[in-house]
Design a protein around this ligand. Structure first.
Ligand code: IMP
Length: 386
């Protein structure tokens, strides 16, 4: 067992290989907790020799005795959760209220969130669009902040309350979507039927996860917090507005899981030996050339959630240091070094220049104008994947 809690965060734009590290650490803890994001995340697990992608269920599910928690900071999509639960059960993984808990305070992703995500991106058009995963993440967190148009997982356990909220909100959404996008109306009644059934299937797992985790922390039971996305996609500290809509750094753990800051524990920051990004936004070390193509093909850099080809480029140490500082990273885990085998030379970005001046501190707002400063290193040709 780990002697204290741990938090795993990605220090780039996501897809640093967090699943692998969380999986390795999960056998040493009692709880594995998702505290941010939602079904926009994606990690690949191998069950019974078969690979498949998970988006919402925490990575601790393959370890006996681990309680997996979807905490209050998550945008919880019951459709995706139930699909994943069914797929895992089909492969013989036991998942029930003993090893999967969902916060009653997590906000629900509703059909109108996914619809609005797509409509809004389409309206923005190429160049301006964020390039979201179309999972309804931004609209769900918008409603969370708006309060009166939000539905929480706890409502799933109360059919009457749920039905009333769905009907009221569907009416508001229909009026808005019609005015903004001339969209076809949403049928509130069919959503009531659908979500009442989800509530019936999930009710036993829904509870006060914050209380559960605070008690566990007081008893000294180790907790692993599993970050989603990557620090440069953090809603406050990333490359805004080309970010996701939650606090994905270690700073998001206390609010997103309902634990005190002292519960964050040891922070492990994940980097890969090069950089990738999916969606729009600045990316100073991007290589839109044969080097980027080489990294993409060798690293299988295609989105787990959307299948989109990832943008690829050199490792950006300047940005990684910024991200490590925000989360107070204690240790680094480096992944995918073997992808670099066979390149003629390897560049590492050690700073930025803006208008000819070197920056002494990274500011994500300056990234769009930044010219990377590289140190060029020797390479190797042998296969080091073992
Ligand atoms: P959203 O989170 O779907 O709203 O997408 C906002 C931005 O974050 C887009 O650029 C997405 O490609 C990116 N994004 C969201 N989740 C992930 C992830 O898990 N890995 C990598 N990029 C992500």
């Amino acid at each position: 067992m780990l002697s204290r809690n741990a938090t795993v965060v990605g220090l780039q734009w996501g897809d640093e290989g967090k699943g692998k590290i969380v999986d390795a650490l999960a056998e040493q803890v009692r709880y594995v907790v998702r505290y941010c994001g939602g079904a926009n995340a994606g990690h690949t697990v191998v069950v019974g020799g078969e690979k498949f992608a998970l988006h919402l269920i925490p990575c601790g599910l393959l370890h006996d005795g681990v309680i997996n928690v979807i905490a209050n900071g998550v945008a919880f999509d019951p459709v995706v959760a139930l699909e994943e639960i069914a797929a895992l059960r089909n492969r013989g993984v036991k998942l029930d209220a003993k090893n999967l808990r969902i916060s009653a305070a997590a906000n629900l992703v509703m059909p109108w969130h996914k619809l609005r995500d797509s409509l809004s991106e389409k309206r923005l058009g190429k160049g301006k669009q964020i390039g979201t995963t179309a999972r309804g993440i931004g609209p769900c967190y918008s409603d969370k902040a708006n309060r009166s148009t939000a539905i929480r997982a706890g409502d799933l356990a109360h059919a009457d309350v749920l039905a009333e909220k769905i009907r009221t909100i569907a009416e508001i959404k229909n009026a808005t979507f019609n005015a903004l996008y001339e969209a076809d109306p949403i049928d509130g009644d069919s959503i009531v039927t659908e979500y009442t059934e989800y509530g019936r299937q999930l009710a036993a797992m829904i509870c006060n996860t914050g209380g559960l985790l605070r008690r566990a922390a007081a008893r000294g039971e180790p907790i692993l917090f599993e970050g989603g996305q990557g620090s440069m996609l953090d809603v406050d500290h990333g490359t805004y507005p080309f970010v996701t809509s939650s606090s994905v750094t270690a700073c998001g753990v206390p609010a997103g899981a309902g634990v005190p800051p002292s519960a964050v524990g040891q922070v492990v920051g994940l980097i890969k030996a090069y950089t990738t990004r999916v969606g729009g936004g600045p990316f100073p070390t991007e290589q839109e050339n044969r080097i980027g193509d080489y990294l993409r093909e060798r690293g299988h850099e295609y989105g787990t959630t959307t299948g989109r080809p990832r943008r690829c480029g050199w490792f950006d140490a300047f940005a990684a240091r910024y991200a490590a500082d925000i989360s107070g990273v204690d240790e680094l885990a480096l992944s995918l070094l073997d992808v670099l085998s066979g390149l003629d030379e390897i560049n590492v970005c050690v700073g930025y220049r803006v208008d000819g001046e070197s920056l002494d501190m990274l500011d994500p707002a300056a990234m769009a104008q930044a010219q990377p400063v590289y140190e060029t290193m020797g390479s190797w040709s042998e296969d080091i994947s073992a």
